[in-house]
Design a protein around this ligand. Sequence first.
Ligand SMILES: Cc1cc2nc3c(=O)[nH]c(=O)nc-3n(C[C@H](O)[C@H](O)[C@H](O)COP(=O)(O)OP(=O)(O)OC[C@H]3O[C@@H](n4cnc5c(N)ncnc54)[C@H](O)[C@@H]3O)c2cc1C
Length: 424
Amino acid sequence: MTALMGTKIERKTINKNKNCDWLIVGAGYTGLSAARKLGQLNSDKKIIIIDAQLAGEGASGRNSGYLVDTTLNDGFTSNKEISTYKNKTDIYKLGIDTVKKFIEEYQVDCDWNECGKYFGSSTIKDKYILENFSETLSNLGFDHKLLLKNELYKKLGTNFYNCALYTKGGILIHPGKLVRSMIDTLPDNVQLFENSELLRWKNNNNNIYCDFKKAEIVTKNIIFCANGFLKSLGIKENYNFPLTLTASMTRPLTDSEFKSIGEPLEWGVLPVKPLGATIRMTKDRRILIRNTAEVLDQFKMKENDLKNRAKIQAIGIEKRFPNLPKNIINFTWSGIVCRSRNSSQIFDKIENNIFAAGCYNGSGIGVGTLFGEQIAIKASNGKSKEIDLIERRKKPSWLPPQPFLNIGIKTRLFYERFKATAEI
Ligand SMILES: Cc1cc2nc3c(=O)[nH]c(=O)nc-3n(C[C@H](O)[C@H](O)[C@H](O)COP(=O)(O)OP(=O)(O)OC[C@H]3O[C@@H](n4cnc5c(N)ncnc54)[C@H](O)[C@@H]3O)c2cc1C
């Protein structure tokens, strides 16, 4: 998504030794929000933010743009666990509020559209899942509605979906525009270094020594905001793991193609089955689809593998829009997300001078922005009602070591993919 936008001019890389008061690792929503807040709270301190790639080129510039108020695929939909689910949605709400405040304060245009979202399935049997979910949403006061095939066809321009739950509270945004605005509004006392991968770090006598390819940074404090790479940096290793997702986007539909599907307004559908496709009709009439998830550790997927994933996405589009031409995808990309076993997030003071925030289980636009700001407040010895709420969440649960972890994840993904075959 950031690839669709112009390039930022000046880029700096770590090639000389440096000292600082604060080092932030990772320049996505979390790291950039932490840097902004830390810079505001500590105007006299030297703050550095680094990223192994270009800032915003991680998942933050590569996601589907659903700023969610509710999620379905996290196992917390039963009434029995309603207090856990409420805590989760309270955090989502704070996330939305934080992004909204940011874009209002800095006059950011990120194609903000309060159009709600759909949880949809082509399998009518899945209606019972939506009815159960509806009960939870009613108990918590979320405005929503169950829709069936004909109504969905009118809204979405596809008759693929047989049932869906529409929730009014979801917002669609342009993720690349949002992260770019966070880069452009970094305070003056924050220095950004890109293409600077942190290779190793160690904490010794209250100084943290950080090795890069060509130089070292010695910092008094550090905040890890590397999300899908937290585990590889040794942060909460037994509580999170990375997953690689891929997505594709078509060229804008022509007037006649758009007419042929009924000229729908912008919409977003999330799957009822966890590994089904998320699919969006964007404001500029592009179709965006994400329908793969797998275990891979590199920053970006190899070109050939990406081409193969694009074929899966082309099939997903064809299933939903059989009358559109076949070769209309013009971007395919991969991105890495961070997951925990129980879908809970990381927000921690690990040692006196070491902090970490991340692991949003695929819903990090709002929560990442919120956690970034709040971890900066916590690290500055501040307090807030947001921190109190975040700290009431369940903590991520323990995961087995390798190779058992990857065997377990791959088996689970295989099973979920099989269950979602029709929805991919
Ligand atoms: C295809 C896709 C679709 C998604 N759809 C949605 C959606 O619709 N809604 C939603 O809310 N979320 C979605 N997500 C998830 C969302 O993008 C993430 O939760 C969010 O971007 C996390 O932000 P972050 O800043 O914590 O992490 P990231 O944006 O991943 O940033 C972490 C940064 O750390 C850097 N880094 C890692 N290791 C190192 C190192 N050793 N040294 C230096 N830098 C390092 C990386 O380069 C990266 O830029 C999606 C993700 C993907 C991939």
